[in-house]
Structure formats: C-alpha cells, structure tokens
Design a protein around this ligand. Structure first.
Ligand SMILES: Cc1ncc(COP(=O)(O)O)c(C=O)c1O
Length: 388
C-alpha cells in the first residue's frame, strides 16, 4: 500500500479534503471541489433546508442568474447564450434532440470522441432517419493541427450538417484545433458542437470568439465546481430551435418565458446548490491564476509523460508541446488488459488513474491538478514497473 505525504510539499493540497490513502490522478474523470466551493454549496443547501419557500420563490432566481453571469464572463460570452444544466452529457443530449436532422443527413465525429457522445448521436441519427454518424479517423501519431483539420475535412460531404468535436479529447487527452475547425465548418455552412468539459481552465475558452454553434461542458471537472454543474452554450443563430428535454415552468410564475434559456432555469423542484457554487469555483481558480494553473499542471503532466515513456519505451501519439496537451498526459502502454491493470493499481497501490482501451490500444491518462505532485507520479511509475 502506498501512503504518500504531500502536505508539506504542496501549498494547494490543503485546499482539498482528499482521502490520504489514495493517490488521485484522475481529476479528468471526476474533479473534486476544494474547500471554499464545498463550503459555499453547503451554505446554499442550508438556506434551502431552513426556509424552502423563501429560497425557491425569492432567493433562487437572483442567485441563479448571478452565478450564470459570472460563468458567462469567464467563458467570454453573454449570459443569454448559456443554459446551466447538470453536465456535458445533458447538454449534448439537448443539442442532439433539438438539432433538425433530415433523412440522409450526416453528422461527423472524430474517432477520439467520448463513447457516450457517440451513443447520443447514433440515437439522434436513427430517430431522424439520418445516416449512421460518420467517423473521421485522426492521424496517429499526429504532428500538426493541419493534419487534424484535413482528416475532418476529408469526411465532409454535401450531406454533412453537424460536426461534433472535442476541445480536449477524452481517451487520448489531445487538444484539437477547434477554432480552425469552426472556421472551416462556417465557410461550408455546417454547424459545430464542441464537446468541452476538459477545456475549461486547461485552455482559455472564449466562446464568442470561437463562434461555434453549440458548446457543451461540465464545470465539475477542471473548474472544480460541485458535481452536477455544467452548461450548454448556444449561438444566437441556433437558439430558436433549442428545446428543453424537461419542460416545467422555466421561470417561476408570474415571470413569463421570453428567451430560449428561460426554459432551463426551473425544470422542477431540485437542489440547485451545485450551480450556485460555480461562482466560488471561478473565484478560487482565478485567485490561483489561470496561467499559474496551466504552467504548474502542465509541468507535472510533462513529468508524468517523460517518466512513463522512460518506463514503457513507447512513443506518445502527439508532440511534447503545450499546444497539444496541458494538464493531462496520455502515453501508450504495451498490449494487455486495461481494466485489470486499472483495478490492480487501485487494489494493490491505491492509485486511481484511468487505463484506457481505445481502438484496441492500451494507454494511460494521467490527470494533474493543483493538489498533485511529482511524488505521486513517482509512485505510479514504481507501481507500473512492478505490474507491467
Ligand atoms: C470529452 C468528454 N465529453 C463528455 C463527457 C461527459 O461528462 P459528464 O459525465 O460530466 O457529463 C466526458 C466525461 O469524462 C468527456 O471526457
């Protein structure tokens, strides 16, 4: 069993209440919130439980829209372009259910998209009688953003209506050139939905400048907001056709529904504290400094990549550059059972890290947040040296 003391070495670690028996290198899947965010969520929950009528009928809407305003500023867009929804999955479902596909239309994704996103679009295409989603295979290894754009462009046909592309990919942790992809799609009159949960904080996200049609994300990954907080961005040119999957009052009466996003505010009685604690999450990460965050976590991810390459003698699929990866490093592993290795790392060494089985290739994806440090990477490498 590996118990690592990281308290002294890392000034940020004390901001999290992480289990001391665990080496947590999977912020990319589930990112725990730091203390100030947990405290603010608890405060909202207590207010709700102490006087629900006052909370729901008078306090909630102003707080909801204030939180959305802070998020919109962080994302470089106007609040009216954002709906706060539970997570990226919810947001992607809204896009797929609202986007008007006709029989024989095509939706284009890359082979690095999140598995559940592919399922969502398969169902939407089948329902509409459209073609099965078209999958653009990205070059492996990849050397330039131009190759990525060419690989996507080569699968566009006159029936392509929508391109769904990750800002940072899930199985491989690549940063994709989404601005160039959006520009290329706009020239051809094709909509783009960017799947962005890993990009918040790791990359500057400036939605108005990006000018995609849709952007879906979870704030409970790198932004460290509470679990169950995410958003859907919809460009003004697409807003008229977006429909909420769950229809309720939208805005509590007597306020009337005026814009598309109103319908996403009240979707039935529930605990909205996760959304109200987005604001302290942004304040927390801004108090660290976004550039400081990126430099620190990238140098750790780079250290992980180098040490894993030394161990495995495998060649990574992307160049060693911050243009290609920031806080998550992915390194191929020798062939073998991915699920078993992940399980052994946890059971024998208390290390949480995803071992990915992607297109028949085994790899490891190491997430580095502010609370991680090199001792944890060293522990991972020692464990792998015994297990591989
Ligand atoms: C690229 C990508 N898209 C979507 C999701 C779904 O995120 P969530 O489970 O927060 O909805 C994930 C989750 O890891 C992801 O990596």
């Amino acid at each position: 069993m590996t118990v690592i003391s990281t308290e002294d070495a890392n000034p940020w670690r004390s901001q999290w209440h992480l289990r001391p028996d665990t080496v947590y290198l999977n912020h990319g899947s589930f990112g725990p919130p730091p203390h100030p965010v947990q405290a603010e969520q608890r405060r909202w929950r207590s207010e709700l439980d102490a006087q629900p009528m006052d909370f729901f009928c008078r306090r909630l809407e102003p707080a909801w829209f204030e939180s959305r305003g802070v998020l919109a500023r962080f994302l470089g867009t106007r609040p009216e372009n954002l709906a706060m929804v539970d997570n990226a999955t919810y947001a992607m479902n809204v896009v797929a259910a609202s986007f008007p596909l006709q029989p024989r239309d095509e939706v284009l994704l890359t082979d690095h998209e999140y598995g559940a996103v592919l399922r969502i679009w398969k169902r939407a295409c089948a329902k509409a009688g459209a073609e099965e989603p078209v999958i653009a295979e990205l070059p492996l290894p990849a050397e330039s953003p131009g190759q990525i754009i060419d690989a996507i462009a080569s699968r566009i046909t006159d029936r392509t209506r929508m391109i769904v592309v990750s800002h940072i990919t899930s199985p491989t942790a690549w940063t994709l050139p989404v601005a160039e992809i959006c520009a290329m799609a706009r020239r051809r009159g094709i909509a783009v939905c960017v799947d962005g949960p890993h990009a918040l904080v790791q990359l500057p996200v400036d939605l108005d400048a990006l000018d995609c049609d849709f952007y879906t994300a979870s704030c409970h990954k790198w932004l460290c907001a509470p679990f169950g907080s995410g958003f859907l961005y919809v460009s003004p040119r697409q807003q008229a056709q977006v429909q909420p999957p769950v229809l309720s009052w939208g805005r509590l009466p007597p306020t009337e529904i005026r814009t598309w996003d109103d319908d996403f505010a009240w979707i039935g009685t529930r605990d909205p504290s996760a959304f109200l604690a987005i604001k302290p999450a942004i304040e927390f990460i801004e108090s660290v400094g976004l550039e400081t965050f990126r430099q620190k976590t990238h140098s750790l991810a780079r250290y992980a990549r180098q040490r894993l390459v030394e161990l495995t003698r495998q060649t990574p699929w992307i160049p060693d550059s911050m243009d290609w990866y920031v806080s998550m490093a992915s390194v191929p592993l020798p062939p073998g059972n991915a699920a078993q290795l992940q399980d052994e790392l946890w059971r024998q060494y208390q290390i949480e890290v995803p071992i990915v089985d992607w297109k028949g290739q085994r790899s490891i994806r190491v997430s580095c947040h502010l609370y991680n440090d090199t001792k944890e990477i060293d522990a991972l490498v020692s464990a792998l040296a015994e297990l591989l």
